[in-house]
Design a protein. Structure first.
Length: 387
């Protein structure tokens, strides 16, 4: 395109003396000026070219809020639970007060799937409805029917983290989580930056090359695990590490796992659960602010927010004996998201998250990981528009 325009400019200049013959003595000066302009003629990329250039910046940040119920996301404080636990419902009178940043994402440039009264539910495939099977399903794009416990060894399956890594290099992927077990669901051979819980780290040399990250790692490693147990790292440290990693390396796929809400729920602490949900939303606000400072990469980063499972009606539990705990929710936001608002979606499961990320990043069909008789996962059309 640029070479054609330069040829046109040259022809225009060569024709100039004919057009100016018989003109005043300023013609020579004008011809010289036009020659100089022809030599420096440049063109701006066409709008479609600019769009394609920006699309090359596509990235995804997937945030999973462990065990956060759809009831609070779409309905705010549960008044029955609030009364039972001595919590004032007026603390967060509506869902936009409890999670203002999440709802701003939906209102401004996103959508929500799984809201009551808006189409079919989105669920974990189950039948376990506990964390490890939920995370395996999210990463692999299919459930692992052989995983019945949170300490199970996942079946050998390629994950979306593996696919993004192999489509580029190890710098394209980062995983930052509070619960260390998520690392096993993400990849059997990661090779990418990973910090899960207080102690589990992969590519530590890369992380510690940044002084701020090194300090955050040390602080998280020495922090008490409460509200979790063992090597669990509280969300406050995980969130700061995730934001720093995004700012420093701009991975194409960043996974962030926040778990304080689930930990408080298992303690039957509804007040603590609500505060953890609100703190997770503060992280989403900080994430949005950071993305706005990142130019084309920020504009074309799709933020996905979901949960690995829901909760039983008694709030404290979830699992196969509580089928209602399979219901989850999903929010997607960003310039590349197709629909807007509370969408009346068709039925989806957590298996559809990985192919949706694959489509957003344009990395091909990948490995389907589907056995005979299983429901085939596919990109969520309400999120992924035709490119």
């Amino acid at each position: 395109m640029h070479s054609a325009l330069r040829r046109f400019a040259a022809l225009f200049v060569l024709a100039t003396p004919i057009a100016l013959s018989g003109a005043t003595s300023g013609a020579a000066s004008m011809r010289a000026t036009l020659l100089r302009q022809a030599r420096t003629l440049t063109t701006s990329p066409l709008p479609t070219a600019r769009v394609e250039d920006e699309r090359a910046e596509s990235a995804v940040v997937l945030v999973v809020l462990d065990g956060v119920r759809w009831q609070e996301v779409f309905g705010g404080v549960d008044r029955t639970l609030a009364r039972r636990h001595g919590v004032s419902p007026s603390s967060w009178p509506n869902p936009a007060d409890l999670m203002p940043n999440l709802h701003r994402l939906v209102d401004a440039e996103g959508l929500a799937i799984g809201a009551p009264g808006h189409g079919a539910e989105i669920t974990a495939s189950g039948p376990q409805f506990i964390s490890m099977p939920g995370y395996i399903e999210i990463f692999a794009g299919r459930p692992d029917l052989g995983c019945f416990r949170n300490d199970c060894v996942p079946a050998p399956m390629r994950t979306i983290a593996d696919e993004v890594r192999d489509s580029g290099d190890t710098r394209d992927v980062a995983l930052v989580t509070s619960w260390p077990n998520i690392a096993r669901a993400a990849s059997t051979e990661p090779g990418f930056v990973l910090t899960a819980g207080r102690k589990l780290v992969d590519r530590e040399d890369v992380l510690r090359a940044d002084e701020s990250t090194a300090s955050m790692l040390d602080q998280g490693a020495h922090a008490p695990s409460f509200p979790g147990w063992g090597d669990y790292r509280p969300d406050a440290f995980t969130g700061r590490l995730a934001l720093r990693r995004l700012a420093v390396s701009r991975p194409r796929f960043l996974f962030v796992g926040l778990g304080d809400a689930d930990e408080y729920a298992h303690r039957n602490d509804y007040a603590g659960y609500l505060k953890a949900v609100h703190a997770s939303d503060t992280f989403l606000g900080d994430l949005t602010t950071l993305l706005r400072s990142m130019g084309a990469r920020g504009r074309h980063t799709t933020v996905l927010v979901t949960a690995d499972h829901g909760r039983a009606r008694n709030f404290i539990d979830h699992g196969p004996q509580f089928p209602e705990s399979g219901r989850v929710w999903l929010v997607a936001a960003g310039a590349d998201v197709a629909d807007r608002g509370l969408v009346a979606a068709s039925r989806h499961t957590l298996s559809d998250v990985a192919p949706t990320i694959r489509a957003l990043l344009g990395i091909g069909s990948g490995s389907a990981n589907v056995d005979s008789g299983e429901r085939a996962s596919s990109p969520i059309p309400e999120i992924v528009a035709e490119r």
